[in-house]
Design a protein around this ligand. Structure first.
Ligand code: FES
Length: 316
C-alpha cells in the first residue's frame, strides 16, 4: 500500500529545502533524482519552485532573542517567554503544532532543544515555551538568563493538522497530560476561531501541575481534572467519547496515552479521527539528520516533516 502523506513545508516559504538540493525531496520525484514526474501533488510544483528560485533555498533563521520572563513552576518545570522583533515571524509561530529549537546563547548546536510553542501573544510579539527539566540540554536552557538562540519556525508538532484547520462547529475532546499540555493552547485557540465546542481533560502526569489550566480559563474553558491511570477516569473517558457527540479527539501527551485513546476509539461502532502530538526525536527539523526517521510500510518517513494519519504513526 502506498502511504498517503504530505510534507508540512511544501508550499511554504521554506520550500524547496535542503532535501530538494540533495535529491531527497519527500514529495517530488524529479527532486529525488528520477527522470519522470510522479509526485505527491500538494497543489504546488516543488520542482518548478526550485527551478524558479535558481536552486536557492530559504533557511530558517537563527536569532538571538531576549528572555523577558522566566518562571519556575516547579523545580522540574520552567516557562520561558521570549520576544521576537518580527511581527510576521511571530505570526508564523502562531499555529497549532508549531515548534522551535532553543539553546542558550554561546552554546553549541547540539544544545538545541525542540520545544513546542505553548502560547503566542502576537500583539506583544511574545512566545511562551515550557521546558521539562530532565537532562543537560533542558537544564542549560532553564539556566539561560538574558538571551537565547531560537531557530524556527517548524510546524510538524502534531499529526492531523488539516482536521484542526478545517474544523467548524464540531465538538472536540482535548486531552492533555504532563508536558503534553504545552501543545494544547494553540490547538484550542485555532478551534475557537472555528466556533467549535471544546471539552478539555487535563492530567498533570509527571509534571504534577496542570500547565494549561490558567490559560484555558482565560479562554472561557473550564478543564476537567483527570487521572488517566485510574479505572474510574478511563471509563469516564469512554463515556464522554461515546455519549457526548464528540467529532474529533486531540491527544497531547505520550505515545502510551495516544495508543490508549486509539484503542478506545477503535472499539466504537463509528469512526472519530484522532489527532496526536508528535513525540519523535527531533534534532535538525529539516529532514536531514535522520533522528526522526521510521520505516512504515516499506517507506522511510521523516516525522519532522511528514503529516500522516495517527493510526499510521502509532501503527494501529
Ligand atoms: S529531525 Fe532531522 S531528519 Fe527529522
Amino acid at each position: 500500500m502506498t502511504l498517503n502523506y504530505y510534507c508540512i513545508d511544501a508550499g511554504s516559504q521554506y520550500c524547496p529545502c535542503h532535501l530538494a538540493k540533495t535529491d531527497n525531496c519527500l514529495i517530488c520525484s524529479m527532486l529525488q533524482g528520477k527522470d519522470t514526474c510522479d509526485c505527491r501533488w500538494q497543489g504546488i510544483c516543488v520542482y518548478q519552485e526550485y527551478i524558479w528560485a535558481g536552486g536557492k533555498i530559504e533557511e530558517r533563521k537563527l536569532l538571538s532573542v531576549p528572555v523577558i520572563e522566566k518562571n519556575f513552576v516547579t523545580d522540574k518545570l520552567v516557562t520561558i517567554k521570549i520576544f521576537i522583533p518580527s511581527a510576521s515571524l511571530v505570526r508564523d509561530y502562531n499555529q497549532p503544532g508549531a515548534f522551535a529549537f532553543l539553546r542558550p546563547e554561546n552554546s553549541l548546536e547540539y544544545y538545541d532543544v525542540p520545544l513546542c510553542v505553548m502560547d503566542v501573544d502576537e500583539s506583544k510579539k511574545i512566545i511562551n515555551f515550557a521546558v521539562n527539566i530532565v537532562g543537560p540540554k533542558s537544564k542549560a536552557i532553564a539556566r539561560s538568563e538574558n538571551k537565547v538562540l531560537i531557530r524556527g519556525p517548524y510546524w510538524n508538532g502534531l499529526f492531523g493538522l488539516k482536521h484542526i484547520k478545517s474544523s467548524y462547529n464540531k465538538h472536540w475532546l482535548i486531552i492533555g497530560r504532563g508536558i503534553g499540555q504545552a501543545s494544547i493552547i494553540p490547538v484550542v485557540k485555532n478551534l475557537l476561531r472555528g466556533n467549535n465546542k471544546i471539552t478539555v481533560l487535563l492530567d498533570c502526569g509527571n509534571i504534577k501541575v496542570n500547565l494549561a489550566e490558567d490559560e484555558l480559563k482565560k479562554l472561557g474553558i473550564t478543564p476537567q481534572e483527570f487521572d488517566l491511570n485510574t479505572t474510574f477516569h478511563k471509563m469516564r473517558l469512554r463515556e464522554i467519547i461515546e455519549k457526548d457527540g464528540v467529532d474529533f479527539v486531540y491527544s497531547g501527551g505520550s505515545d502510551v496515552q495516544h495508543k490508549f485513546i486509539q484503542n478506545v476509539l477503535n472499539k466504537l461502532s463509528f469512526s472519530i479521527p484522532l489527532i496526536i502530538s508528535n513525540n519523535h526525536q527531533l534534532c535538525c527539523g529539516e529532514g536531514v539528520c535522520g533522528s526522526c526517521e521510521t520505516l512504515i510500510d516499506g517507506e522511510l518517513i521523516h516525522f519532522c516533516k511528514i503529516q500522516l494519519r495517527s493510526e499510521q504513526v502509532l501503527g494501529g
